[in-house]
Design a protein around this ligand. Structure first.
Ligand code: DX5
Ligand code: ZN
Length: 220
């Protein structure tokens, strides 16, 4: 797939003006809203859950992409979809039955994705790849916004593309998340990433200008 989509993460937004900032992002050309859900158990930080998502859902037409950094995600996916989420990704080591969970997410009408931490090898996808809609490659350790891009994680994109070829799943979208900014997004795009998550690079400073620059630079 040659799709290139920018997914601002509201983790770095000003939560006192969340609705307003989402609208600014939408008007500036954001393609997806990325929602970082953290439980203080899978990652050492806590963010937000369904009540917030439900409240912001009517404010934008953009698809919502929930990145679940929580243990036992299977317990909550139905509630997230009810709250208005269109895509859900989870970390495979946060659940016992990954295949069952992917099937559950899809049966509830959402797109299903799995997430690789920086130290998780691409070959852990060898079986689940037949079932997922997208793969999220973390380019920082999950838990916080504003961290530095880990360059080695970019090598995984090529490995994933190879696996997609050999399994006939070239339709899968590749998402990358963490430390993406206007200076490295072009290089990441050239490797074949489709969905670019950006938190601080979007919400710190002028949101509109930031989005325009990122979208310009992600073109190859
Ligand atoms: C980290 C989150 C990221 C993060 C990205 O756990 O998954 O989505 O918010 O933020 P930046 O773009 O600031 O690295
Ligand atoms: Zn994320």
């Amino acid at each position: 797939e040659n799709k290139k989509l920018l997914a601002p993460s509201i983790l770095s937004a000003d939560f006192s003006k969340l609705g307003k900032q989402i609208k600014i992002a939408e008007n500036a050309g954001a393609d997806i809203i990325h929602l970082d859900v953290m439980d203080g158990r899978y990652v050492p930080n806590i963010t937000f859950g369904m009540p917030i998502i439900e409240k912001i859902r009517p404010l934008t037409k953009l698809p919502f992409d929930a990145h679940l950094m929580i243990v036992e995600p299977e317990k909550y996916v139905a509630d997230f979809i009810k709250a208005g989420v269109d895509m859900i990704s989870f970390h495979m080591d946060a659940t016992i039955h990954s295949h069952r969970l992917v099937e559950k997410i899809k049966s509830l009408g959402a797109k299903a994705g799995v997430v690789l931490n920086p130290a998780t090898p691409v070959n852990t996808l060898e079986e689940i790849i037949y079932y997922v809609d997208y793969v999220l490659i973390m380019s920082v350790n999950p838990g916080f916004g504003g961290q530095k891009f880990i360059p080695q994680t970019l090598l995984k994109v090529k490995k994933l593309k190879n696996l997609m070829e050999t399994t006939g799943r070239t339709d899968i979208l590749i998402e990358m998340d963490g430390g993406i900014n206007k200076d490295n997004i072009n290089k990441i795009s050239r490797e074949g990433v489709n969905i670019f998550v950006a938190g601080s690079a979007v919400f710190k400073g002028n949101i509109e200008e930031n989005i325009k620059t990122l979208k310009e630079n992600m073109k190859i």
